[in-house]
Design a protein around this ligand. Structure first.
Ligand code: CA
Ligand code: CA
Length: 299
């Protein structure tokens, strides 16, 4: 299996990044990833203020997928996420939502073992590994790896985990897929500004889909399908995710606008992915059983 190492890291999703590896449609590829701090924080006496900011949010790649052309969709099946043995969190004045309540910086090292992450002496939780940053290159100007958008990027969606399938737009030849910013565990919202940030490795299968009308980014797991949308405000992200799913229901399930809206209002769950990045991200989730009832199958 092709493995892409962390020395290929990029800090911008851009058509100008030279591909570091090439895969055929249907190939399985492993991306080794640094944590979102570029693995600079090894102990609790290293603080946010001491970070080299040029090394923040590294993504591994980009991978060139043969046959991927603008207008196609890149299907990324997340087969496996392996994690390092410890994660890290930081905070400081002004960071995230809760940064208003702190007057100093703090770093927490969180051991990860046997499928559990230790938060403190009293609290341990089962891990739920996810990918914070995953995307393709935008058509025009590059986008910083810390920012989400129509190309994917720093979406920080807790559902982008093992067993899920992510559909991303192909904007440039080869798609130029890159990823990083794994979390051992994160709550919806990522309110303090980070999850349990951790290095690791992600194994994916990449497939080029021609003539695929899915709104992107789009994610499917064993229970739900969801449209993901990022915008400058949480309000706009919420509207975008909702209308993206509304358009999916009309185009793919052939519902009329009334039926689609009513269905979303009855069983659609509008959720916050994150409210701490330069653009905010929401998702609209619908049970997969609806697609099954309508005989719709995801490519
Ligand atoms: Ca992130
Ligand atoms: Ca992160």
């Amino acid at each position: 299996m092709l493995t892409i190492h962390t020395d290929t890291k990029i800090h911008k999703m851009s058509k100008d990044n030279p591909p570091v590896a090439t895969a055929k449609s249907g190939d399985t590829v492993c991306f080794e990833t640094l944590d979102c701090f570029g693995c600079q924080l090894k102990s609790e006496d290293q603080l946010l203020g001491g970070l080299d900011w040029s090394n923040i949010n590294p993504a591994t790649g980009p991978l060139f997928v043969e046959g991927a052309e603008p207008g196609d969709v890149l299907k990324v099946e997340i087969l496996k996420i392996e994690l390092d043995k410890q994660g890290v969190m930081v905070d400081g004045p002004g960071s995230g939502v809760t940064g208003v309540a702190v007057t100093s910086e703090s770093t927490k090292i969180l051991p990860v073992s046997d499928g559990m992450v230790k938060f403190n002496e009293k609290l341990s939780f089962p891990i739920c590994p996810m990918i914070g940053v995953i995307g393709t290159a935008p058509a025009d100007e590059g986008v910083d790896t810390g920012t989400p958008g129509p190309h994917g990027g720093n979406m920080d969606c807790t559902r982008i985990g093992e067993g899920a399938t992510l559909y991303l737009p192909v904007n440039v030849e080869g798609a130029l897929l890159a990823m990083g910013d794994l979390h051992a565990l994160m709550g919806d919202g990522e309110v303090e500004v980070c999850g349990v940030e951790i290095a690791g490795a992600v194994t994916v299968r990449v497939t080029v889909l021609k003539n695929c009308a899915l709104p992107t980014p789009f994610l499917v797991n064993k229970e739900v399908a969801m449209a993901i949308f990022s915008a400058e405000s949480l309000d706009d992200a919420a509207v975008g995710a909702t209308m993206s799913m509304h358009s999916f229901l009309m185009k793919e399930l052939h519902m009329n606008e009334h039926e689609a809206g009513m269905l979303l209002s009855v069983v659609g769950n509008l959720r916050i992915c994150q409210i701490v990045d330069p653009e905010k991200t929401c998702r609209m989730e619908l049970p997969l059983s609806i697609m099954e009832t309508y005989g719709y199958q995801f490519a």
